[in-house]
Design a protein around this ligand. Sequence first.
Ligand code: AMP
Ligand code: ZN
Length: 139
Amino acid sequence: MRDENCIFCKIANGEILSATVYEDEMFRVILDLGPATDGHALILPKEHFADVCRLDEAYGAGVLPLAAKIGQAMKRGLGCDGFNLVQNNGEAAGQTVHHFHMHIIPRYAGGPKGIAAWEPRTADSEKLAELAEKIRTNI
Ligand code: AMP
Ligand code: ZN
């Protein structure tokens, strides 16, 4: 299903031009217009899913192997030394376009830091057990 008001539906289905690096029946991979680093790409399903919680099984199974394929091509083609996979769900998590997408961010040795990075906090075992219980009982 597509959402007529969704820009990523239009891009994924070729109604709006994009710098496309890969396309198959299910996905289009484009370059991000506001890249974190050179070559920053987005995997877009051609169907509309708001976020990972809505993604259907076939797309879910396809997205990670595709991310690995594109990441390998980035290493060969761009000479990057690694890459981050980033996938935001919900505004609190930084999601700004509510059509599932996975970021593939090439990383270059000596390049900008602070991408997909956080300051580690501390957590004692009691707190970890309490948090784990809250998640475990809701699976
Ligand atoms: P997120 O914050 O995870 O929702 O990521 C949305 C990403 O989409 C951002 O990195 C934007 O730079 C990117 N973006 C938004 N509109 C476009 C567009 N028309 N073409 C390419 N990238 C876009
Ligand atoms: Zn959409």
